[in-house]
Design a protein around this ligand. Structure first.
Ligand code: HEM
Ligand code: HEM
Length: 244
């Protein structure tokens, strides 16, 4: 593991690659998905410079397909990568709802947060919520692609439900993304931003807020003891020796 003074490696290249590929493809899917409902002509988005194509169904559909392929690749890679590494740190656990409530309460009132592992309980829930909606969009989207193929004929009721779920998951995803961005209004959460760009976050932040992860990294020898902890440990040893 590469070490930088005062920093902790939080995300490797694979995780960052998946995050930004999912982000880019999701933004394109949202824009082109809404483009299939004729709103860009109505609200004159297609008059904006460079956006004339936005009300052309053939173009938005092709872009939707292209971005869908990119999203499916990123999701498949993500699942395979974490299964092979048996790394499930971001999956929700029992008690996460209550712990999220305590963390948000602590952020609003300035009281003490419960100690966290690599991810905060609310991040595990956010992951599951955004991930579940993306999976619904992919599964229903595949049926919508099949429906568009010549010779494939689904019943009107099936088509109705597939479209209803595709649209519902779109709206829920938008809520999830708004919450994801709103999380960064809180200063403490913004400490995580550099991690998604450079891979590294501040050691002090990890020691203070992700105490259980910090202790795990210490046990594995991945981060050195902080100077004040070394002083603490040394003085404890001295006191012990004197008392023997
Ligand atoms: C972030 C993910 C996605 C979002 C936000 C999204 C959003 C939308 C929206 C708003 C529509 C227009 C309303 C409708 O016809 O239901 C749509 C249509 C469609 N989407 Fe998606 N979608 C996503 C992912 C996918 C994926 C992964 C696929 C394919 C595997 C897909 C395939 C389609 C198809 C085929 C249509 C209908 C085009 C037509 O009218 O024939 N979508 N999507
Ligand atoms: C379509 C867009 C996006 C999707 C679907 C998405 C999804 C996710 C998910 C599922 C997680 C893991 C759970 C969590 O920590 O909340 C995550 C983490 C993160 N996201 Fe996003 N994200 C998107 C856009 C963005 C953008 C635009 C930014 C910042 C400019 C951002 C910054 C971050 C950061 C910093 C983390 C990692 C937090 C950590 O280290 O624990 N995301 N994202």
């Amino acid at each position: 593991m590469s070490v930088k003074p005062g920093k902790v490696k939080r995300h490797g290249f694979s995780v960052r690659f998946v995050h930004w590929t999912v982000t880019l493809s999701t933004f394109v899917l949202l824009f082109t998905g809404f483009g299939q409902m004729p709103i860009y002509r109505r609200y004159m988005v297609d008059r904006l410079p460079g956006l004339a194509w936005s009300s052309d169904f053939a173009v938005t559909l092709k872009l939707h397909y292209l971005a869908a392929a990119v999203l499916i690749f990123a999701v498949a890679y993500h699942i395979t990568y974490h299964l092979i590494r048996r790394d499930f740190a971001i999956l929700p656990r029992r008690g996460d709802l209550k712990e999220s409530y305590l963390i948000i309460k602590a952020m609003l009132t300035g009281s003490k947060e419960p100690p966290s592992g690599k991810y905060l309980a609310e991040q595990r829930l956010a992951y599951a919520f955004i991930g579940a909606n993306l999976l619904v969009l992919i599964i229903t989207g595949i049926f919508k692609v099949l429906k568009n193929l010549p010779g494939v004929d689904f019943s009107p009721a099936f088509r109705y439900w597939i479209t209803a779920f595709h649209n519902l998951a779109t709206v829920l995803l938008l809520f999830g993304l708004l919450a994801h961005f709103a999380a960064f209004i809180f200063k403490d959460n913004r400490q995580l931003l550099p991690g998604m760009f450079t891979g590294y976050v501040d050691l002090d932040y990890v020691r203070r807020r992700h105490r259980r992860w910090y202790e795990e990294l210490r046990r594995q020898g991945k981060i050195p003891a902080s100077p004040c902890e070394e002083v603490d440990a040394a003085s404890t040893r001295k006191v012990r020796r004197k008392s023997v």
